[in-house]
Each structure stands twice: as C-alpha cells, then as structure tokens.
Design a protein around this ligand. Structure first.
Ligand code: MG
Length: 479
C-alpha cells in the first residue's frame, strides 16, 4: 500500500517536471535535450543519374547506396538554381537568389575578379545554429565571395578550410579556341589553375593540389566532428568535385568502368563512407542528420567528363529538370524513416527544417522560400512544398506546381542564342514524364492558367535588390 502511494507520488512529480520543462521550452522535446547535429554534404555538378542508388549502371557507390537504404532517397529534390553561386546562397539562407542579390543575367556566378558576395545582412543556417551554441565549420568550395568580408567566418562559421571559388578559376593557361579550352579541361594538370586552398583567411597552398582534395576535405571534416563530439555541431562540407577539371587520388586512378568521372565519384563515395563510419564509431549517428545532395546538374559541356542527369532532360545551367533536380539522401538512423520520397523538396528547405529540429526560431523579419520537412523525414506527413520556381538570373523561366511544370521561357544551358519566350508555355506532367518529352499544354489550358497565376503572384512578392554578381574589379575573364 505504502509502495503504491510512493509510486503515485513519484509519477505525479515526474509529470509535474515534464509539464514545467515543456512550458519552459515551447520548441518541445528536441530543445529539452542536447540539440542534434547537422551535416550537409554538398557536391558540385553531380548529376541526378550518377549514383548507383539513382540508377547509374556502372559507377560504384556502395556507401551512398547504404546511406540511401538506411535513410530517405528523395527523387524530386531541387537545388534552387542551375549554377554554383546562386545555388549555394539559397541553401545557406533558405532564400531565393533573387531576394538576396546573388543572381545576375550577365555573370552567372562569382569570379576571382568579383567584388560582391553574400551580404552580411543575410542570415545563414550557421548563424542561426550559433544562437544555440553549435560549433560550425565550412569545408570545401565556398563561392559566396572570396574577399575577407564575405568569407565563411563572416556568415556564422567558426572556421573554414577550402577553395574560395570554382576549381577551374584562376586559369594560368591561355587558350585560343574552344577546342583548346576543352583539351586543357579534359587533360588537367595542377599548374593550369592557380586556385588557392586556404584555412580561414590564410592561403595554405597555391595552386591547390586537387588530386588529394576530396580526401583532405574529409580528413578536416572528421577532425572537426571528433573535436566537437561532446557538443552540437553543424558541418557544411561542400566538395569541389565532380566540377571540371576532374582530379582524384592515386588510390582511385583507373578503377571505375565509367572512366575518370567514375573514379571521381567513387572517391567521393568512399569519403562519404569514412565520414559516416566516424559518426557510427563516435556513437553520433543517431543524433546527427546527414544530408547529401548537389548544387546543380552535370556540366554537359564536357561530354563524358561531365556527369549524367539520368532520365532527366537538360543539364547544369538550364531550367529543364537535369539542371536542378538532384540525387538527394537524408540519413539519421532511428529518426529518419527509411524509404523513397517522391514529394517535392529543395535545398531552400534545409534552413527551416534545421531550425525546427534544433529548436531555433527561423528568422521572422524576412521572407523565407523554404519549408520545414520534418514531418516527411520522420514519416509523419507529406511535404508542405507544392511549388518549385526555376529562376535564371532575374527571370522566372519555369514553375512546377504539384505534378505539372510550365516553362514560360527556355534557353540552352550555355549557348549564345537568345532565349525563347513561349506564348503558350511548354507543359509537362513530371509524374508521368520526368524526361519532359511530351508537351501537354494543349490538353491542360486550366493548368497553365493556374500556374501563370501562381507565377505572377510569386514574381510580384519579390522586391528589387542590389545585384552582387556584377560587381567587378575589372572586365570579366571567364566564361
Ligand atoms: Mg556547381
């Protein structure tokens, strides 16, 4: 009798403590405990069809395939732009480049002679997580401004190790024709590009030895995780591969049936394996959400040395699916419900999702273009994202709403010919026709009318902002 009474008192006390904790932490269960860790592995120019788990017949990616089997493989997940700089800005801020100034109709990305960058007024995932005392590191390609005021440490990261812009910039070889340019890109030597490898603001190596760069980024990532195993951390690991020119280390030379490009992807895969093994060994796997994706589609200009968009039409630089739909995996054993997700998602959604999971309020003083994907990740609901806009510079080229995508404007990825504005947009049902082969505009005027209405409302809600990508020291040098 006495025991039963004690048990009841104890139960009441526990209930009282729980209520008090919930009242003090409206963010709920997540925010009562040590917040979970976040790792974003962001490849450069990886195609939708370049992983075994996304249908590649020859490239071997056992670690990513295991990650996909243990986690969620997303088949309609988008980068926010079809080229590097705008895409990266959107992942870190949860905002479209058209809102942050990280777009241009002239210079599609930042170059070594650019003087702009991600404005300090933008709030990144790293800055938000800092409010809960996360350790934060940016490793790899930055490409959001190389001058000191734009480096990662000014955007909420404690440290930075990597190259400040693309691995094909600072070219020191001169080429006089397109053929010569392609020959240099396809037979790369370290000394052709004077791209620096730096730690914070200090240049460690110039030109960077890119043959070991995938491994060295991962070494740094493992060091960071190990050093911060007892506190919450956010790691942004933006690999510079498989962006052309392609490099891989000795251990991966001539190993893949897919040739040099396959070697590069297999090395990336092995290094993802090293990182996940570290999390397992440190018993951090169940408390760390790892996201694997890419900044844009494959660089098709370079034939077999560019990747493959698989069954998708188009490539890097364009607004057909191959330019922006990315092979994406979410992994956190015990929390992420394993499976294949066909709902819409985008890199824009990472900021609101991470904020929710970390118990950090998302910025309320500005428009965010992302949605919280927690319910889908935890197997408790559908994605709130119903719409995906496809911007190219200052223009909205296309819009997806549910299954349908309308192209208002089209243009080849890198060709010099003018854009085509369609009086009647091209319309595709992406559920039936992910390859965008069969224009069904004539059959669905009501769908076009609805997407036009949504597009108009979307455009109108975007105020003008200062362009960052056209600020230059001198005349453009690149392509
Ligand atoms: Mg890229």
């Amino acid at each position: 009798m006495q025991n039963t009474k004690s048990m009841k008192t104890l139960a009441k006390l526990l209930l009282f403590c729980l209520v008090c904790a919930l009242a003090a932490n409206p963010g709920g269960a997540q925010s009562r405990q040590r917040p979970q860790n976040f790792v974003v592995i962001f490849c450069d120019d990886l195609g939708y069809g370049d992983l075994g788990s996304f249908g590649n017949p020859t490239i071997r990616t056992p670690h990513l395939d295991r990650m996909a089997a243990e986690g969620q493989r997303w088949t309609s997940f988008y980068a926010a732009d079809s080229v590097c700089t705008p895409s990266r800005s959107a992942l870190l801020t949860g905002r479209l480049p058209i809102r942050t100034g990280m777009f241009s109709d002239t210079n599609r990305v930042l170059f070594p002679n650019s003087t702009g960058g991600l404005p300090a007024s933008e709030i990144t995932i790293a800055e938000l997580l800092k409010t809960r005392s996360y350790a934060t590191a940016a490793i790899g390609k930055w490409h959001l401004g190389w001058q000191p005021e734009y480096l990662p440490m000014k955007q909420g990261f404690d440290s930075y190790f990597g190259i400040p812009y693309s691995n094909d910039m600072d070219a020191v070889v001169k080429f006089s024709s397109r053929a010569e340019y392609h020959a240099f890109m396809k037979n790369p030597k370290r000394e052709y590009w004077n791209v620096p490898l730096q730690r914070n603001e200090e240049i460690l190596e110039r030109p960077a030895d890119q043959t070991t760069i995938t491994k060295r980024y991962t070494d740094e990532a493992i060091k960071f995780i190990s050093a911060n195993k007892s506190k919450p951390f956010f790691l942004y690991l933006a690999h510079s591969m498989p962006h052309m020119p392609l490099f891989r280390s000795k251990d991966f030379e001539n190993k893949s049936a897919r040739g040099l490009y396959g070697d590069v992807i297999e090395e990336l895969d092995a290094n993802v394996g090293r990182l996940l093994d570290t999390l397992r060994q440190l018993k951090l796997d169940r408390n760390t959400l790892v996201v694997f994706t890419s900044d844009n589609g494959p660089w098709a200009l370079f034939d077999e040395q560019g990747g493959s968009a698989g069954l998708l039409r188009g490539a890097k630089g364009g607004t057909y699916e191959g330019g922006m739909r990315e092979p994406t995996i979410f992994w956190q054993p015990g929390t992420i419900k394993p499976g294949v997700v066909t709902d819409l998602g985008a890199t824009l959604d990472l900021l609101p999702t991470f904020c929710n999971l970390a118990g950090v309020p998302a910025p309320a003083d500005r428009v965010l273009d992302g949605y919280d994907l927690t319910a889908v990740l935890h197997g408790k609901g559908r994605s709130p994202r119903q719409m995906m806009p496809y911007w190219r510079g200052s223009k909205l080229y296309a819009l997806r709403h549910g299954s349908f995508k309308a192209h208002f404007i089209t243009k080849s990825e890198y060709g010099g010919e003018p854009e085509v504005t369609h009086a009647t947009p091209e319309l595709y049902n992406l559920d039936i026709d992910p390859s965008e082969k069969w224009n069904v505009a004539a059959k669905h005027p009501e769908v076009i009318a609805e997407i036009r209405r949504l597009a108009e409302a979307h455009r109108k809600a975007i105020p003008p902002v200062e362009n960052q990508l056209d600020k230059r020291i001198a005349a453009p040098t690149g392509k």
